[in-house]
Every structure is written in structure tokens, then in C-alpha cells.
Design a protein. Sequence first.
Lengths: 258, 344
Amino acid sequence: MLEASNISYAHRKFSILENIDVSVNNGELLVIVGPNGAGKSTLLSLLANEMDKHKDPIFFKKKTFKEWDNKELAHSKAKFSQSNSHDIPLSVKDVVMMGRYPYFSSIPHKTDEEAAQKAMAETDVMHLTTREYNSLSGGEKQRVHLARVLAQLDNDIDKKLVFLDEPLNNLDVLHQHRILNTIKTFTQRGNTAVMVLHDLNLAAQFADRVMLLKKGKIVAHDVPGKVFTREIISSVYNFPCTICPNPVNQNPLIIFGT
Amino acid sequence: MQNKLPLYLVISLLLLVTLAVVSLYMGVYVFEKHSFYEIFTGLINHDGSIDPADEFVLMQLRLPRIVMAILIGSALSVSGTCLQGMFRNPLATPDLIGITAGASLLAAVTIVLGSYIRPYIPEFLQYSLLSVMAFVGSLITMVMVYRISTQNGRTNVVMMLLTGVAITALGFAVMGLLIYFSKDDQLRDLTFWNLGSLAGATWTKNAILAVVITMSYYFLINKGKALNAMMLGEKDAQHLGIKVERIKKQIVILTALMVGTAVAFAGTIGFVGLIVPYILRLVFKSNYHIILPLSAVFGGILLLLADTISRTVAPPSEIPVGVLTAFMGSPIFIIILIRSRNTM
């Protein structure tokens, strides 16, 4: 699905990522975690083809991004960014409809309208449809962009790929879980998601595999149960923690400060 | 709202045509025949029913001037809208960020130095040379402003405006020097041209303008969706399959070309690229898919209106149209400044 080997990235001679190998399978929800400055967002950005400075190509469905047609790629791959623009003087619906830009040339088709509606319902922004985007709160804006990303990948193509950079920032508990469930359903249909998260417990609950980064290197890359161990987590985060099975779903439950 | 774009376009085009016909009748010189139909058929049939003086005023003075007002107004307004999309700021207009000044700078030099070679080259080449030089001037300025003010796809608005101020200052200095050295007849030309005027309209200039504009619009006018997506940020626009780098290059080169040609033929007519998108935004928000094509029509309407006023308000002389547009534009400039006070 997505394969990259030996990724390194440096900004002004300061190394951010070193020799990272990633391979993500179909239907996998990979969560990237790590302390601040570990290079999580940079890695996501590189994998999503936002920078073309690095030498080693990244293969998506056995093709490098350069070999893809721009529009076709936009039908199969989308990204939710962390730093969303705060000044977009348009209505919420106009912003969500941008996700359908790869599908229509001038006037949105009926399928585009439907996809936008469906995505807005999914992220619970339906009631904001006609509101001015700039008048929304941070969390609402976030959900509008999530709806835009979902609308972009609403099509019949198999094995789509979505990147999400801290999609849960500013969201309340209800919406955090709603979004994660949406993404989980997306991957269960044979699609793939790569996501940066800060909340380790949510990562443990939803991820198929977890990649733990520290200072630009992979510390662990495995199923949640093997990554979230007391030794690894407390040393990487440099903070004591206890890990016990979650009494409800048996996932690892990380309790910091103990 | 997107589905209604053709309707808005048709209505605004009708408005433009009506205004053009009205403007044809406005002016110091009054035609013998008053009905549009009579004049029109007279001209088509060429049966001598139209007085030669009438025909001259109509075909060689008023009509070319009206056409030029529409073309230049449209070009300036579309340039403004595209630049605002690229810089993601409603203050990015050719005049405020110094593009116009850069174009005038080289054009003025060409006018003064070119007067020595003018008798030896044909009219078409003269104007082409002038527009090419103005194009080079605006292109250099544009690249400079963009490089200085934008890093990683984010524009520092203060830097953008200040770079414009610096280049405009340089333009003033060169202009002052040229005025100091120029002879009396050149002086009048330079001053009038510096304030902006459509009095020098000819069919040759209009033909060149039409070619430039047709070419530019072919690439630019359908970029509304792309400019909308670029409001998300350049990287996010790329994820939507938009070729951001290529579109930016097209905008830089083609707006430089349009502004350069407009400046070469009509001098510095300011604020058109600020006023038109501003008014359209009040109605349609910042939806470039709608305001980009509409700005092409409303730019023509605005400049035609301003020019008609400029040549009829104080007969028998006329006030430079650049003065009029500046009177309209500066309050809007201030309004936008006040509104964006918190974000700068």
C-alpha cells in the first residue's frame, strides 16, 4: 500500500528524521506517537508527498507519487493538516465542497452535493452548513476540515489512503471518539489511515499498529500491546508511568505520573 | 450560488454594453443623428448618411477609447483578483505592491529615451516595445515582491506592502529625474501618463491589449476553484490535486503582462484591482469561482464609468481618470486596513 525506505530529513543541517523505514498495509490504521519534536508531523508530511526534497521515493500502490496523475492521486489520497487556515471568508459548505474539487470542473454534480452532505453529517457540522467559516470556534473549524477530507475520498475507488495530523486537537470527548470511529470504519473497508496522535490511550484503543518516534528515530513499531510497555513509554517520554489492561476492552491503559 | 454564475455574467455583460452605448453619446461633441440605430446602419452601409466628422469622432476617438477603458479596466481588475488569491490578501493589488510602479518605471525610461529612435520604427513596434519594457518592469517587481514577502507559502502582508512602497518610491525618483530632463512636450506627456489617461486610445493599442488579455484569460479565468483551494494553504491545495506551483507561475507572468501592457498604454490607473474585487466580495464573499470571472466584466464597467465621467464632468477639458479611481479606491484601501487591523 504505502512503502518508504530509508527516509531522512534535515532542516538547515539539523537532522529531523533519520533512516526511517515505513510500510503500511491495506486496511491498516497506523498511529504515529512520540514526544514533542520527535518528527511526527515531518514524517507524515514526507509520506504524504508534501516535500519533494528527499531522495528516496515513496511508493503508493506500487507507484511513486511522481508517476501518479495529480487528479487521480487526489481521488485516492487526502491529508488533514494540523495548521488549518483560520481566515477563509466562505461559508462552511463552500469549504467542505472544496473536497469535491477533484471531481467537478465548474458546477458540483449531485454526487458531489451528496458526498458533502454525508461528510458533514459524519463530523457533525450539518447545523453549521450556511455559517460563515471564520465565525466558527477552533473545534468546529477542525470538524469542517475533517468533513472536507472525508468528502474528498468519498468514491468507489478501492484502497484509499488518508493522512491525519493530530485530528483530535480542540475536539471534545464525544467528537474525538466520533472521528476515530469514522476513521476506523474507513480502514475496515480496506482503506488505510496514517495518523499522528498525542493521546496514547486513544492510540492504544484504535490503532492497528503504533509507531513510536523519538528524536527522529523509530523506537518501536508494532501492535499497541508491544509498543505500550512501561519500560519503553517511561523512557521515551522521560516520565514515569504504569500500564495495565483496560478493564473494558483489554487494550493497554497508560497512566502517567505513577 | 455557483450555479447562477452564467446568469450573473449575462446580467453584468448587458450592463456593460448599455453603459458603452450611453458613453458613446456622452461628450463635448454632439452627433447630428441621435438614434443608435441610424448611426449603426449608416456606418455599416457606408452610404454617406453619416457626417465624416461624426464618423471620425465615433470611430477614431470615442469607440477606441471606450473599448480601451473596458479592456484595461478588465485586465487590471482580473490582475488584482488573481494576485489577491495568490497572496491570500485583499490588499495585494498591482498598484499597492509596486507592480504598476515597476512597469511605469521602465515604460517612462522607454518613452524618454525612445523618443530618439521613434521616427525610425513603425507604430506597431513602438507600442510593442513600450509594452514589452513595461512587462519586464512589472515582472521583475512581482518576483521581487513575492520573494521578499512570502516564505513557505505564507505572505507577510506588512513586508508585501512595504516592498510596494519602496518600489513606488524608486519609481517616483526616476520619474522626477526624467521630468527634470525632459523637454516641454515630453513633460506634458509624462505628467498626464503618470496620472493615468485613456485619451491616447487607438485601434493598434486595443488590438495588442485584446491579444494579451485573450491569452491571459485563457489560462487565468478558470482558476477560481484553484484560488479558493489555495485559501486552505498551498499544501492542502496540492492534496486536492491542484498544481499550485504552476498556477502561481502563470499568475505571476500573466498579471505582469496585463499590468505592463495596461500601464504602457494608459499610464498608472490605480485602485481598479482593489475596488472591483472588494465590491464583489461584499456580495459573493471570497468565492473566486464567482468573483474572478465577474471581476473581468465589472473591471470594464468601473473603468468605463470612471472614464466617461472624467471626460464629461469638466468640459471642454478632462480630468485624468487615475485621479478619479484614486478618489474611489483610497477610502476602500482604508476600510480594508481597518478591518484587517487585528490580523496584520
